[in-house]
Design a binder for this molecule. Structure first.
Ligand SMILES: [Zn+2]
Length: 406
């Protein structure tokens, strides 16, 4: 999920003025949501509470483009972001996520006949998806990600055909044109979206017909449901189907498929290199997004008040409050709501995160088994797609507390 090009910082600074849209170049952008003092690296793991409290901070300053419907964080500062081996983003410990991930790989292998082919993944994280593609179709894979840890794949079946490059993506990493190029949960970390997609397009020819697959968080749901926990500093680019399609078409791709998946949380696009560079003008879906943006500040304030009150009331009544899920959503939940002592701790099923501390608020991350002794009165689930999985886990621990899902 990790990719941001530090060389783009000069252009990123230009966004602070709220001028041109990095997605379509239009000048019609305006600020509509702001949060200050948020951690700039919400996936980093900290060894001590002091270190976690003293983490780098920045701001969220969401702008909306009336030209293409794109939303971007003009407060994003790439110099404050870190994608290193301290960055722990994998969701692979969740059976729900693993099932989805595997089904996606199976679908892509079937739909695009990926057998014995060259595949490339930009922002491959720890390489799990490339290994799946290798296992399913004996494909050869190259993955690029500054937080990649090649040693973790040693001995994993299928990994012998996968090469991980722990660096930021550069066009030179594609020595030959891949048959399939994927980029999952990464484009939202890139401020200059049009420059980035144009760079990828420059390395591809129409004749080779590389299938390009991108997956990003779906922003229509965030706007509609006021999912403030899905807005965080390092997510500088927010797409709906309209702005994502516009980006690819504007950079010389023919869009062959778009879809919304994973409980409406993920938006995917598939495209082929094309000679045409179309620009859609006056897309009516832009005004629909504009209307959601217009009412967002008032709606999100009410939604945040609701959750703050729920946690504070439980705590005031002497019940221990625990968050389930210690990733970016939890960091955003805690810092956006200004919560501290009202929340006892955070739990997560990813053992790599246990006994570390949450950036910004310094809450400790405990293994789920520790909850038996903590005896929470309220568990707040950061992602409702894991509701059943977590409810089972809680039951098996012998706990009878309330569970609330964001
Ligand atoms: Zn735009």
């Amino acid at each position: 999920m990790n990719f941001a090009d530090p060389t783009l910082s000069a252009q990123a600074q230009g966004h602070a003025a709220g001028t041109a849209c990095p997605n379509c170049g239009a000048g019609d952008t305006r600020l509509f949501y702001r949060v200050e003092g948020v951690p700039t690296n919400s996936c980093l793991l900290f060894e001590t509470r002091e270190e976690a409290l003293g983490c780098k901070r920045g701001e969220i300053s969401l702008h909306f483009c009336g030209g293409c419907g794109f939303i971007f964080n003009a407060g994003f500062d790439p110099d404050q972001t870190e994608y290193s081996d301290r960055y722990e983003e994998t969701q692979g410990f969740s059976p729900t996520f693993s099932r989805f991930h595997r089904n996606l790989a199976v679908e892509l292998v079937e739909r695009h006949g990926l057998r014995g082919r060259e595949v490339m993944e930009i922002g491959c994280g720890k390489g799990e998806f490339l290994v799946l593609l290798s296992q399913l179709g004996e494909n050869r894979g190259v993955g690029v990600d500054p937080s990649a840890i090649p040693e973790r794949l040693e001995g994993v079946p299928g990994a012998e055909r996968v090469r991980l490059i722990p660096e930021y993506f550069e066009p030179g990493h594609c020595r030959e044109e891949p048959d399939f190029l994927c980029c999952k949960m990464t484009l939202e970390h890139i401020p200059d979206t049009a420059d980035f997609i144009a760079t990828i397009r420059a390395g591809l020819t129409e004749a080779n017909g590389t299938v390009v697959f991108f997956q990003v968080p779906e922003t229509y749901r965030i706007l509609q449901q006021c999912a403030f926990e899905d807005i965080y500093h390092e997510h500088c680019s927010y797409f709906t189907e309209t702005s994502l399609r516009r980006l690819f078409e504007g950079c010389g791709f023919k869009v062959t498929r778009t879809a919304v998946e994973y409980d409406d949380q993920y938006l995917t696009i598939e495209a082929l290199p094309s000679a045409a560079r179309s620009r859609r003008e006056d897309d009516p879906s832009v005004s629909e997004i504009a209307e959601l943006v217009r009412t967002f500040p008032e709606r999100v304030a009410a939604h945040r008040d609701h959750w703050r009150a729920l946690v504070r009331d439980a705590s005031a009544a002497g019940r221990r409050v625990v968050l389930w899920g210690s990733g970016s959503k939890a960091v955003s939940f805690l810092t956006s709501l200004g919560l501290a002592g009202e929340v006892d701790c955070v739990t997560d099923i990813n053992p790599n995160r246990h006994h570390h501390f949450m950036p910004g608020t310094g809450h400790r991350i405990v293994p789920p088994d520790d909850l038996a002794a903590i005896e929470p009165g309220l568990i707040v689930v950061m992602n409702r797609i894991y509701k059943e999985e977590i409810a089972d886990h809680v039951r098996n621990l012998g706990l009878t507390c309330d569970i609330a899902c964001l």
